[in-house]
Design a protein around this ligand. Structure first.
Ligand code: MN
Length: 193
């Protein structure tokens, strides 16, 4: 693998006012970058350095797993939000959400709940397994691929994701994520991929 972060898929000020440039400076430029720098150091001179990131995640535990998974989780998170995102999805994704959650409103309520009730640091996920959509909470660096689930979309609920912009108001951040930022095209591409 190349030990470099993918560039952000938008300008650092593109998510204002929902996520500020200052948050992206820290969250992408410091936190995400640190996971990559740590991973590079941990794998230097080891055979795993030649594996893909996914292979490293599936085979690793401890510090290598934590840093590799956090590199993957953050790249996935950046791609799962966009300027002028959020609101209700359309087409096949809307149909799948209505099939498996009853309605978009019910999905939204449950998604916000799992993100808000994840105790401490972690992630809230929309996942697919066996043709059915469901929700998943993970702690720290843990992620769906370690549990045989396919990730469609994620919300980072580590405090570093929202504390600059929302302070302690995690629920407000998560509601903004769903209403203003979620990239449903990305979620649909993952569902079909
Ligand atoms: Mn984060």
């Amino acid at each position: 693998m190349k030990f470099e972060l993918d560039p952000l898929p938008y300008a650092k000020n593109a998510l204002v006012p929902h996520i500020t440039e200052e948050t992206l400076d820290f969250h992408y430029g410091k936190h995400h970058q640190a996971y990559m720098t740590n991973l590079k150091g941990l794998l230097e001179g080891k055979p795993e350095a030649n594996q893909t990131l996914e292979e490293v995640i599936k085979g690793a535990s401890g510090g290598v797993f934590n840093n590799a998974a956090q590199v993957w989780n953050h790249t996935f998170y950046w791609n799962g939000i966009k300027p002028n995102g959020g609101g209700e999805p359309t087409g096949d994704l809307k149909a799948a959400i209505e099939r498996d959650f009853g309605s978009f409103a019910s999905f939204r309520e449950q998604f916000v709940k799992i993100c808000v009730t994840q105790f401490g640091s972690g992630w809230g996920w929309l996942v697919e397994e066996g043709g059915k959509l469901s929700l998943m909470q993970t702690s720290n660096a843990d992620l769906p691929m370690k549990h045989g689930q396919k990730a469609l979309l994620t919300c980072d609920v580590w405090e570093h994701a929202y504390y600059i912009d929302y302070r302690n108001l995690r629920q407000k951040y998560v509601e903004t994520y769903v209403d203003k930022l979620a990239n449903w095209d990305f979620a649909l591409a993952n569902l079909k991929g």
